[in-house]
Design a protein. Sequence first.
Length: 170
Amino acid sequence: MDLASTVGIDVPIHGMVYSKDLSLTYFIKRFDRKGQKDKVSVEDFAQLAGMSRDTKYNYSMEKLVKLIDDFCTFPAIEKAKLFKRVIFNYLVGNGDMHLKNYSVIVQNGKVELSPAYDFLNSTIVLKGKKSNLNAEVLINYFGKECCGLTDKVIEKNLVEIKTKLRNGLA
C-alpha cells in the first residue's frame, strides 16, 4: 500500500500498530464512512456487475472497463487510473485482483474509483496458474485497446511509476 501511494495511487490511511500482546496489526481507515454514523456511497465491482462473492473471479478486465464506462462520471480519467493500478499490481506480483478489490465511490457529486485497497504481493501465498501476461499485453491490449488510452497517457503513467519508484526506494 505504501508503494501504491508512492507511485500516486490514492490509498486510504493505513499502517501498523502494536496490539496489546505486542504483535503488529495492520490497519486501514474506512473510506466508506464519514465520522461515526454517516455512510459514503461505495459499491464494489461485483455489486455493479451483479456478481457474488462466489463468482468474483468469473469476470474479465475487458468487462471491468465497461463498468467504468457505464457508472463513472468521467470514464476516461478513471480508465487511466485503472490502467495505472493494473500495471502496479503486475509489477508487485498481485495476482489476486478480483471484482471485490475494485470499487466506485460517490464524492463531490461524481462517481469515481475509490481509494485502492488490498494491493499486495500475492505470489507469496497464492500458487496460481501460469500466465502469458506481460508488459506488452498490458500496454497494447489492455491500455490502448480496452481502455482506449493514448500513447501519451500510457507513457505518462509508466514514467511516473518508474520515476517515483526509483526516487521512493532510493
